[in-house]
Write a protein that binds this ligand. Structure first.
Ligand code: ADP
Length: 285
């Protein structure tokens, strides 16, 4: 499902003394099935932008088009069809769990979108399998689970409505390194297997480099960069300007390359970095 954003501007508390411009002239085209990372400093407008994509916020001016649904300022429309197709997982989504059991919690979305009890149960079970939560937890209270498991339940709750677009805001925040890896692999697999469009808000440049093909940098409410991760990281002035970290794979291999007077390699994973270092050691070109 393609997403088209045209000349989007948004201000919080418009026409009040507290008015705050959060998005300025944003134009973006996201083709169906894309995997895009959104990065940028706190307050740069990432969350505000993605909330426009499922109708939680409406533009002050400009428009958003998701497939055939057009969202414009002040237009009166039923946003349920949009919310069913664009699933949004907020930061720390586990804080929004509330039902008595895991299964009931995950069924809430499909029930809300009009599925029968039976259909909702089938969808919820499928989603719980997708996030790899063992069946023995399904009848437990979500509050008896670990933090990482709770987050999986919350993500299953969004997946259960089978969205075409999945937006995740800092999905690995607060997880340990192992939990972060597992969570990212889950999203990469979901994206590869289902062809769903995946928009990932993250501060983790390692994730951006390894998993995404396209990165949008937001700065002061504007799209400040839109290209591939390697294009971004190769431009030192941009990395400095946006105060981004260099991914570890690049900071290490580029430091080595600089020391040895070699060209900086364009690598994306630790495995590629290891191969490059071994080749260096063995004196291969
Ligand atoms: P990010 O997700 O990149 O951290 P946000 O979209 O949350 O950025 O914020 C963009 C701007 O909008 C910031 O200046 C922030 O202070 C402001 N903002 C965010 N939410 C609100 C709100 N509910 N009311 C007023 N201003 C807000």
């Amino acid at each position: 499902m393609p997403i088209l954003i045209q000349d989007l501007n948004f201000s919080y508390q418009l026409h009040t003394p507290f008015e705050r411009v959060a998005l300025r002239d944003v134009n973006l085209e996201i083709p169906s099935g894309a995997l895009v990372a959104f990065v940028g400093h706190t307050g740069s407008g990432k969350s505000t932008l993605v909330q426009h994509m499922n109708g939680l916020l409406k533009p002050t001016s400009g428009k958003i088009q998701v497939d055939d649904i057009i969202i414009e300022p002040k237009k009166k429309q039923d946003l349920k069809p949009l919310r069913k197709r664009v699933g949004l997982v907020f930061q720390y989504p586990e804080y929004q769990l509330f039902e008595e059991t895991v299964l009931k919690d995950v069924m809430f979305g499909p029930r809300n979108f009009g599925h029968s009890e039976e259909e909702a149960k089938a969808l919820a079970e499928e989603a719980l399998r997708t996030v790899e939560l063992d069946e023995r937890f399904w009848s437990r209270s979500p509050f008896d689970l670990s933090g990482g498991q709770m987050r999986r339940v919350a993500i299953a709750g969004v997946l259960a409505s089978r969205p075409d677009v999945l937006i995740v805001d800092e999905p690995t925040a607060g997880l340990d390194p192992d939990g972060r890896q597992k969570m990212l692999r889950l999203f990469a697999r979901l994206h590869a297997e289902s062809g769903m469009t995946l928009l990932l808000i993250t501060h983790d440049m390692d994730q951006v480099l390894e998993y995404t093909e396209r990165v949008v940098v937001m700065a002061d409410g504007r799209v400040a960069f839109d290209g591939t991760p390697l294009e971004l990281f190769a431009q030192e002035t941009l990395v400095e300007q946006f105060r981004l970290d260099l991914p570890h794979v690049l900071s290490l291999t580029w430091a080595l390359a600089d020391r040895l007077g070699r060209e900086r390699p364009l690598l994306r994973t630790e495995a590629e970095a290891a191969d490059w270092i071994i080749a260096l050691k063995e004196g291969r070109p």
